[in-house]
Design a protein around this ligand. Structure first.
Ligand SMILES: Nc1nc2c(ncn2[C@@H]2O[C@H](COP(=O)(O)OP(=O)(O)O)[C@@H](O)[C@H]2O)c(=O)[nH]1
Ligand SMILES: [Mg+2]
Length: 198
């Protein structure tokens, strides 16, 4: 079975934990402040391949957000973000459609992630979260989001954890970006065995 680690990253308050909860717990928990722990691991069958996704909630790279690591302030959030980026095999870079600042920070976060990683091997999707918000609540249009993703060379999707819109689709898309680039791991193993066993 293929195992992937997906890091959900983005500014504080954009809806990262809500996305993780919707995907893993099938629920919208308005202010979930705990660690998903074992629940953050989910198996899916995508294009007939069984895939296990470990969801890393990037909220835990934020100040004061990890109750399980009391020395967080000693190490600093930067160290945790780097650790999570290094562990991850794919990324959601999330902004809120109701917060222009979070949208403006996407390019900086992209830089931070892909200073350490090769985007060809470790794909990212730009996620415009909270798309159920409309009218004067919306500060970033769909067109702007799509344009930024094109500039960065990423796929783009708008989601609502609250209304369960496009959440499974976002996770499926990022997995497909990996599975379409590399064959199932069992196939890799078999081809590696050929030279040994003639
Ligand atoms: N309207 C709406 N609110 C959301 C959505 N997702 C999260 N929120 C709210 O936005 C706030 C921050 O969400 P949270 O997941 O904790 O953000 P995080 O800091 O990025 O993990 C909370 O009050 C959530 O209830 C959504 O899809 N739609
Ligand atoms: Mg959070």
């Amino acid at each position: 079975m293929r195992c992937l680690r997906l890091l959900i990253t983005g500014d504080q308050g954009v809806g990262k934990t809500a996305l993780a909860c919707r995907f893993c717990l099938h629920d919208f928990v308005p202010d979930y402040n705990d660690w998903l722990g074992d629940a953050s691991r989910k198996e899916m069958v995508i294009d007939e391949e069984r895939v296990r996704i470990d969801v890393l909630d990037g909220s835990f790279g934020e100040w004061g957000q990890n109750p399980y690591i009391p020395d967080m302030t000693f190490f600093g959030p930067q160290a945790f973000r780097q650790l999570y980026i290094n562990k991850a095999s794919c990324f959601f870079i999330v902004y809120s459609v109701a917060c222009r600042t979070s949208f403006e920070n996407v390019a900086t976060i992209y830089q931070e992630v892909f200073t350490a990683k090769d985007p060809e091997l470790y794909p990212a999707i730009i996620v415009g979260a909270k798309c159920d918000l409309s009218g004067s609540d919306r500060e970033v249009s769909t067109t702007e989001g799509r344009h930024l993703a094109e500039v960065l060379g990423c796929e783009f999707i708008e989601t609502s954890a609250k209304e369960d819109h496009n959440v499974t689709e976002a996770f499926t898309s990022v997995v497909r970006l990996i599975t379409s680039r590399s064959p199932p791991q069992s196939v890799i193993h078999r081809s590696r065995l050929i030279p040994i066993f003639g």
